[in-house]
Every structure is written in structure tokens, then in C-alpha cells.
Unconditional design. Structure first.
Length: 224
């Protein structure tokens, strides 16, 4: 029974994500979600008490998208975090919906900063480790840099969505990292950093089945 309930919950979340991704929060209806999920209203409300609760459940799926690589460079791990999300956004409707809903939170009755703070802490933690390992310039403050990374990702993602439905997000992020890395990373570290994401990232995504299209450009290094 527990396994069946979990399967139903996942089905409802995926159906809701498809509708939220297509319609946005305000225009999405419970009726459309029920139709997509092919479950009863009682089954849906057993897991989620309202449309708002369902939307927040979809938003929480962002945390499941996190891919942490271990290339020996903590700065590369932060790059890979952003490029891993970018690649998955191209193939995962649940993740796409979660990002759209995060940007539409005011329509849900108020903004909740917890996901932004969570992404900030992920980046900050690895930038602290990068600083301790001597990868960053002495005047790079990990917390400030993490805020910059999260803010820039948010803006670039929105721009890419408006211009081409996210098709160029990976390349736009690589442009960001090419501009940012010389300002934060020590000169001797730069040639070892790949702004498109490391080979380890692509292998991890393929191994987990989370990168169906294996986005191009991952093998090109910083000076490539």
C-alpha cells in the first residue's frame, strides 16, 4: 500500500508539473491536473491539500536535481551545479515547472525565499572549500560570490526562456562563467576549469538517466 501511495504521489506530481509548466500557476486547474494524472480527486487531496500545496511539492523537486561532481576542483563543482540544472531543464518537465513556479510565487499567496537560500548555501559551501584549497583569489568572498551566481543564473534562465524557451541556457551560462572566472579564480587554476561543465558532470547525468540529450560543448575547456 505504501509503495502504491508513493507511485500515486509521483504520478500526481509529474502530471501537475506538466500542467504548471504549460499553463503557469494561475491558469492551471485541478481538473486539468486530475485529467493528466488519471487519478481521483480523493487520491490527489490525500497527498496535497490544495493547488498551492501541490505547487510547492513540485518546487521542492528542485533539490532532487542537484548533481555534485568531484573533479578535484571545488570551483568546478559550482560550475557543474549550474550547468547540471541547465541540462536537466531541457529534458525534465518537473524541474522546468518547479523553476517556473518559483518565479511565480506571488500568485500563490506570497514569496518563499527558502529555495533561493538553499541554492545559495549549496554554492557558498563549495566556494568556501574552493577558497580553503587556494583556488580563489584572496579578495573573493564565497558568500557574496554565491549570491552573484544564484542571481545571475536566475536572470539568465529567465532571459533564455523569453528568447528561445531555454534552448541556449547552457551556452549562456558558459558565457557567464567565462566572464566571472578570471575575476574569482587564481590564474593557475583557470586552465583546469570548464565553463560548459566537466566531463564528470555529463557522465553523472547520463549514468542517472537525467540527461537524455547529452548537451553539446561539455568537453570544451576554459581556453577551448
Amino acid at each position: 500500500m505504501q509503495e502504491r501511495a508513493l507511485r500515486t504521489r509521483r504520478r500526481v506530481l509529474r502530471a501537475a508539473a506538466t500542467v504548471f509548466d504549460r499553463e503557469g500557476f494561475s491558469s492551471a486547474s485541478i481538473a486539468d491536473i486530475l485529467k493528466a494524472a488519471r487519478v481521483t480527486k480523493g487520491a490527489l487531496y490525500f497527498h496535497f491539500e490544495s493547488k498551492e500545496a501541490l505547487a510547492r511539492g513540485v518546487m521542492e523537486e528542485q533539490k532532487r536535481s542537484l548533481v555534485l561532481t568531484n573533479t578535484g576542483l571545488h570551483t568546478q563543482t559550482v560550475i557543474d551545479v549550474t550547468q547540471g540544472v541547465a541540462r536537466q531543464l531541457g529534458t525534465d518537465p518537473v524541474l522546468r515547472a518547479s523553476f517556473r513556479l518559483t518565479a511565480e510565487q506571488r500568485a500563490m499567496g506570497g514569496a518563499d525565499p527558502s529555495l533561493y537560500l538553499w541554492w545559495h548555501e549549496v554554492c557558498r559551501t563549495h566556494l568556501v572549500q574552493a577558497a580553503q584549497a587556494g583556488e580563489l583569489t584572496p579578495d573573493t568572498e564565497p558568500g557574496d560570490c554565491a549570491h552573484l551566481v544564484v542571481g545571475c543564473f536566475t536572470g539568465i534562465h529567465l532571459l533564455s526562456q523569453v528568447l528561445c524557451e531555454g534552448a541556449d541556457l547552457v551556452s549562456r551560462l558558459a558565457i557567464l562563467w567565462r566572464a566571472l572566472l578570471p575575476a574569482i579564480a587564481r590564474e593557475q587554476v583557470l586552465p583546469r576549469l570548464n565553463p560548459h561543465g566537466s566531463g564528470d558532470l555529463l557522465a553523472a547525468l547520463q549514468g542517472s538517466g537525467r540527461d537524455e540529450e547529452a548537451a553539446a560543448g561539455v568537453s570544451r575547456g576554459f581556453r577551448g
